[in-house]
Each structure stands twice: as structure tokens, then as C-alpha cells.
Design a protein around this ligand. Sequence first.
Ligand code: GDP
Ligand code: IMO
Ligand code: MG
Length: 427
Amino acid sequence: MPATVILGGHWGDEGKGKVIDLLAPDFEYNVRYSGGANAGHTVVNEHGSFALHQVPSGVLHGGLTAMLAAGTVVDPRALLAEMDELRQRGVSFDRFYISERAHLVLPYHYALDVAMEQYRAGARIGTTGKGIGPAYADKASRDGLRVGDLLDKSRFVHLLEGAVASANRRLASYGAEPVDRSSLVEESLEWAEHLRPYICDVERDLRRAHAAGRSILLEGAQGALLDLDSGSYPFVTSSSTGAAGACVSAGLPPSAVTKVISVMHAYMTRVGAGPFPTEANDAAGEHIRTKGNEFGTTTGRARRCGWFDAVASRYAVEVNGVSSLALTKLDVLDGLETVKLCVGYEVKGKRLESPPPSVHVLGQAQPVYEEVAGWETPTAGAGSWEELPKQAQAYVRRIEELMGVPAGIISVGPARSQTIVLSDVLG
Ligand code: GDP
Ligand code: IMO
Ligand code: MG
């Protein structure tokens, strides 16, 4: 059975949590493949609203095996707190596993994240402050500590002492407070004891599961436009958020993945800095922010909002080999007189059909808009395609046309029931 990737097609917060929760019952494995506690995936079910940060979004179903793959970064303190909170709400971790190969996010990564942002004068990324960049930087420079290192106590203490000394030298160069080594050593030994039962060779187990025909859902975090390589660098995250990154992270061959579902909102949002050609700093943008409750799940920051950018979204479709879309938050556009779609960029009078590699150039891009009729009738109560207002149907069809792939799922509200399934996206 081929593996399926579900990823965000924009700059994150597209509603991946909702879509993964919806499709999770069809899978035996749910594997998070990128990022760490910077993510916030919301699942709304009969027990309330859940904000998942490191734990895979399908975990609420209980029936599947949930895993954190090698390409994620694991913050033990935050993960244990998240697991405790979920346990109190009845979630089981009997079939939860963490890759030995995943790198650790430690308190000094948080301190470095904050310190480095302060010195990015004028060009702050607006990170989540969760230590993500410094943790992946340590991984790339081969100075990182991995989850598997927790398994050998004396070796881990030795590695951690060296890592803290190195981090403190870097923190001192930023004029930041050092991290206390002995309390961190003590705390991390507790983490090791708590996490030990969950740590294993996840990638080996996934290859075996794949060979045995098990169904695997690879869950992306962040979004395609935040990918370290293909995103709007440097205003990106530090991991490979795309479909190819899923294979690298999970230790699966690229041929294992045959379906890629891209979750996209019916408009755009972005948290943090970086070019955003269709940003709407006007009443329409405010309508989207208020109606869509566009405030960060992880940091509470107000999200920047704007019109659907078909240039950036089509790029995400092409880079990731997207097979179908899950178009979310259509209801948020209810009540707008007209709705705009960006179908091209213009830079200094020249038309661009694809995002330029340079953010400097992207920052100059003027959106070329198509304006279509909005709809008054709320879509939130629609249970089928036929119940959607004609204008909303036309809007969805135009997005499909511009993306070159069908929308298999349309979401018209946060709850599972507020979903229109148009085709068997997994079939
Ligand atoms: P993720 O990071 O991609 O999982 O997305 P977030 O959970 O950070 O943000 C999406 C927000 O939109 C959450 O609060 C969801 O409950 C909510 N949501 C998801 N789908 C819809 C939808 O179709 N309509 C509305 N109004 N809200 C939605
Ligand atoms: P989910 O999975 C939205 C953004 C940050 C910042 C940039 C770098 O919930 O969609 P980082 O802390 O990763 O170094 O920050 O990336 N960012 C997200 N934006 N949703 C996310 O996750 C994000 N994870 C990181 O706002 O602009
Ligand atoms: Mg989110």
C-alpha cells in the first residue's frame, strides 16, 4: 500500500489538523515528518478542541500507530507536557513512537532562537521562538544531540555537557544569559526515563510496515512555502516541509509515496515576516482575520491575511506533486461582495508565472487579480456540493483550474461534520 503525504500548501495553518483527523481512520500509521513544537494543529471533535504541537494529529483516534520521524526535532520538555495534557483528556500513548534519529530541541536552542532574532536587525524572521532554527543548525553542523542519545545515560551527560558549553559560548557572544548546565543535566535524565519506552528505530519499522502493505499517512507541519529550500528563504522554517522531505524524514524511498494531498485555505495567511504579495491590509483582510479567527495556535500572534495566491499555490502543487486539494475555510469568505484571486505577478512591468527565487524580487511583486462574485448564503451549513451557493462553486472550480488538480475535500467549518467530500481522495 503506497504512503500518502498530507501537507500544507501555503505558509502553514491551512487546517492540516482538521483534514488529518478526518482521514486518519483510513490509516494504520500517522507519522509527523517535519518541524517540532513550532507547529499547532487544531482538531475539533466531540470532546472539544485540541491543539497538537508535536504529537501527530491522528492520535485522538487511538486505533493507529503514531510516530515522530527522524526529520522532526523533539523538545522533550514540551512533548512530555503535551502528552500529559492529552492523557488527562483520555488520549492513549500505547502506540506512540519517537525516532532515535530525531534531534533534540533543548533550552539553549530556545535562548539562541531569541538571541539570534534580536540581532537580525531589520530582517527578523518572526520565528515561533521554539528553538527550531538553532536545533536544525546544530543537526546540520553535526553538533546535535539525538533522541537516541537519551538511551545511554553516561554518554548523554558527556555529550550534553559539551553541547551546553558550546551553546553558552554562542549565547555569550549575543550578550545573552548562559544556560545552567547542572539543572539541565538533572532534568534531561528525567526526560530520558519518561521517554525511554517510546524511543525506537521508527524508520526501520516504517519500511517494514510499508513492505507489509500497511497504510501510512505522512503528516506535514508548516507549509510548502515555508520549506527551507523551495520556500521564500530566509523567511522560512528550518526543515524540509515538502513531500520529498517526508520520505527523507521517514526513511522511505520516494517511490513509496503516490498520493499527496495539499491542504490550502480558500485565501492566504502568513505568521511572521516575509513577502506576501496578496496581503490585504484593508477591510477584506480584517474580515478574513476576524471571521477565520486567524490568530496563531502556537504563539497567539495575529496572522497576516490576504487573497488566494494561485501563483504561489500552483508552485506548491508542482514542487510537491500534489494529487488533490483539501480546500479549507471557504466559509470565512461568506458575506464578501467580491472575492479576488491572484493569477500572476508583475515585477517592473514583467509578468511572472512562478515565484521568483529571490525574496527581494518577490517583495516587489504586484499581484494580478481576477475578481469574482462573492456569496451571501452561508456555506457553513452546506453538507454537499449542491448546497453551496453557485458563486462559491464557481470560485472552487476556478481554483481547481488554476491548480491543475481537483479539490477532493472542501471544508466549511472547524468541525468534522463541516466537510464536503467530493471524491475518494485516498482511493
Ligand atoms: P494547521 O496548523 O494547518 O493544522 O491549522 P491550525 O490549526 O493552526 O489553524 C486552522 C484553524 O482553522 C483552526 O482553528 C481550525 O479549527 C480552523 N479550521 C479548520 N478548517 C476550517 C474551516 O473550514 N472553516 C473554519 N472557519 N475554520 C476552520
Ligand atoms: P503549522 O504546522 C504557521 C513560521 C513562523 C516564522 C517561520 C520560522 O501549525 O502550520 P520557526 O519557529 O519555524 O523557525 O519560524 O515559520 N512557522 C509557522 N507558521 N504555521 C506553522 O506551523 C509554522 N511553523 C513555523 O511564524 O515565520
Ligand atoms: Mg497551525
